[in-house]
Ligand binder design. Structure first.
Ligand SMILES: Cc1cc2nc3c(=O)[nH]c(=O)nc-3n(C[C@H](O)[C@H](O)[C@H](O)COP(=O)(O)OP(=O)(O)OC[C@H]3O[C@@H](n4cnc5c(N)ncnc54)[C@H](O)[C@@H]3O)c2cc1C
Length: 380
């Protein structure tokens, strides 16, 4: 089979890229290794940079209707006293959108609905690539091969394509894990339409509604030998967060223990090249970041749109991929670095933690919002 383009991976990056390319009349097939498109994790926050991309793709209204556009992002201490609070209203006035919290499954379903079913090939695991005069031969685990004019590799943090193109990537574990859950619970009005992240004692608990009465939450804790074991997990989490105020114990209590998921927190040092010839990495495959800024998926959405734009405007895939990297690499790299820093600062305890909280409380709101503006602004 010969096709104009192949996208490897049907996560947020791959599906968004397929939508953006098809809207520009560029035909692609999405090859996903899983037998069905499954969300990785429970909920996701789509910040205004991603929402502006979805606006351009004609999807923002649907995403807002399926999720919860938020009014506040706040960091609090264990007693729910504010450390940092940003009004999303000024951000909405500037960018047209706030952050929307949405179930990942809903977001992926909305993206999938925009793609012809015949263009999504499931149970199709890419195992290797080879450049040939007509394009790129992509070999799959089922023994088949497809020749494509170009390949977009959106196959996630452990990208097989990246491993083949740029094998010497240096992963940086943080020694922390994140547990994520979703539960039905009605929050007090102050916590509705808000992302709240509580920092205390070197651990964090974040939560927000992703639909009315449906709360997505995560905790970040130091990895321990007992981590991989689900048995007694809820009581371990209750012990860790016993000093935290309402609604954290209530959210934990309401959650079905068997549906709590675990992720190791890791990223990798920025790589100098995202593309080689007619193959280009996007999303986590190119620049996975730790989740502390909630930007990994948003950056993937930005990549997806930018690469479609470059393929539309440039005469060859090689030029398009070089242009895409010029547009996107500086910002994506700075997010990886800032997210690492945010992670370290969030774990400070004792005097350092008190100093951090004092400085953050004293920071003028406008100064804090400027930091968000840099992340939310699109440069294409
Ligand atoms: C705890 C946590 C919370 C987060 N919260 C947020 C948030 O609120 N907001 C945000 O923007 N980001 C968030 N992120 C980051 C976000 O989840 C990722 O950045 C995003 O999922 C990356 O999308 P992707 O499509 O690049 O990769 P993935 O979502 O990893 O998708 C890769 C896809 O490729 C497929 N695949 C893999 N290998 C192959 C192969 N060889 N052949 C074919 N298919 C293959 C996989 O099955 C998968 O479907 C969070 C991450 C974590 C861990």
């Amino acid at each position: 089979m010969h096709v104009p383009g192949i996208i490897i991976g049907g996560g947020i990056a791959g599906l968004t890229a397929a939508v953006a390319l098809q809207q520009r009349g560029i035909a692609v097939k999405v090859c996903e290794s899983a037998p069905e498109i499954l969300p990785l994790g429970a909920g996701i926050w789509m910040a205004p940079n991603a929402m502006q991309v979805f606006q351009r793709l004609g999807l923002a209204e649907k995403i807002n209707a399926a999720g919860v556009p938020l009014h506040n992002i706040q960091i609090v201490d264990g007693q729910m006293r504010p450390i940092l609070r940003t009004s999303q209203e000024r951000i909405r006035q500037r960018f047209g959108h706030t952050t929307t919290a949405i179930k990942r499954a809903r977001l992926q379903a909305l993206l999938l609905a925009e793609i012809a079913p015949a263009d999504v090939l499931l149970a199709k695991t890419c195992v290797s690539l080879r450049e040939v005069p007509q394009g790129v031969n992509v070999a799959f685990a089922d023994g088949t091969t497809i020749t494509a004019g170009f390949v977009i590799a959106a196959d996630g943090i452990h990208s097989a394509v990246r491993a083949q193109l740029f094998p010497s990537v240096r992963f940086a574990g943080t020694g922390h894990v994140v547990w994520r859950g979703m539960t039905e619970i009605q929050l007090a009005p102050v916590y509705k339409r808000s992302i709240t992240e509580a920092w205390a004692g070197g651990v964090r608990f974040g939560f927000s509604e992703v639909a009315d009465g449906l709360v997505d939450w995560f905790v970040v804790v130091k990895a321990t030998p007992a981590d991989a074991d689900h048995h007694g997990l809820k009581s371990r989490l209750h012990t860790i967060f016993q000093g935290f105020a309402y609604p954290i114990p209530a959210i934990l209590e309401a959650t079905d223990e068997t549906r709590i998921i675990r992720n190791e927190i890791a990223d990798f040092d920025p790589i100098p090249q995202w593309s080689r010839g007619r193959v280009c990495l996007i999303g986590d495959a190119a620049h996975a970041s730790t989740p502390y800024m909630g930007q990994g998926g948003c950056q993937a959405v930005e990549d997806a749109y930018a690469i479609a734009q470059c393929l539309h405007h440039e005469p060859t895939p090689e030029l398009a991929f070089a242009a895409m990297q010029r547009l996107r690499r500086p910002k994506a790299t700075s997010i990886v670095k800032k997210s690492r820093l945010m992670g370290q600062i969030g774990y400070w305890t004792g005097a350092a933690g008190a100093l951090r909280n004092g400085l953050m409380r004293a920071a003028p709101a406008r100064l804090v919002e400027q930091q968000f503006y840099q992340v939310y602004r699109l440069n294409y």
